[in-house]
Design a protein around this ligand. Structure first.
Ligand code: GRF
Length: 219
């Protein structure tokens, strides 16, 4: 793949700070690709404005307009297919995707999750990490498979949990890490260094036995 080849579509529902991190990394020449479309299921998602400001085409596909998940996901897949994405990035897209959708995009569908998977799939990850007394917390980028937050992990970023942390403070600090981790992983994918083969993540041609993890202190 030559530079600027990877066609990236991003799905959002909210503020889009991870989208912003990707836009910045692309603008800075760190990722050999471009965002060809941002789709939100919510018209009020702040990320839409971030995309427009960067000159990226946006689309709103409200889930309330569709009778059920399968019909919505079929419409979403059809919209995505109009831009032939090599990679579909879930960046705070707050919807569970149907098996059919995931299977259609498997191997080119990634998500960022605010925990060190396999710990704390689902919601309220920061509160759950605190409740469990974890000393380390973080985020994971993974390929998406039909089971929720269970796909093979590509890379993680971790930080120490402070005694004074609250779910909110942890969320803020993990979010900052997400903004480093997601562009890094998308960069690897754009450079052809990462792929999913037979359900496993390969980095530089080798199946990963353990995902690489960057830490809060790593420059
Ligand atoms: C992030 O915490 C991400 O881990 C989760 O949704 C949030 C999205 O935030 N999947 P933003 O919209 O990118 O600011």
């Amino acid at each position: 793949m030559t530079r600027a080849d990877l066609r990236i579509a991003v799905l959002i529902s909210g503020s889009g700070s991870n989208l912003q991190a990707l836009l910045d990394a692309i603008a800075g020449g760190e990722i050999a690709g471009r965002i060809v479309r941002v789709i939100s299921n919510r018209a009020e998602a702040g990320g839409l404005e971030r995309a427009r400001r960067a000159g990226v085409e946006t689309e709103v596909l409200p889930h309330g307009d569709y009778p059920d998940r399968e019909t919505y996901d079929a419409a979403l897949a059809a919209r995505l297919n109009t831009v032939s994405p090599d990679l579909v990035v879930l960046a705070g897209f707050m919807r569970i995707l149907s098996d059919g959708f995931v299977e259609a995009f498997q191997g080119r569908l990634v998500n960022i999750h605010p925990s060190l998977l396999p710990a704390y799939r689902g919601l309220h990850t920061h509160a759950r990490a605190l409740q469990a007394g974890d000393r380390e917390h973080g985020c994971s980028v993974h390929y998406v498979i039909p089971a929720l937050d269970a796909g093979p992990v590509i890379a993680q970023a971790s930080l120490p949990v402070h005694e004074t942390d609250t779910p909110e403070s942890l969320e803020t600090r993990v979010r900052t890490l997400e903004h480093r981790l997601y562009p890094l992983v998308v960069r690897w994918i754009a450079d052809g260094r990462v792929a999913m083969r037979a359900g496993r993540v390969c980095l530089d041609g080798e199946p990963l036995s353990r995902p690489p993890c960057i830490t809060a202190g790593t420059p």
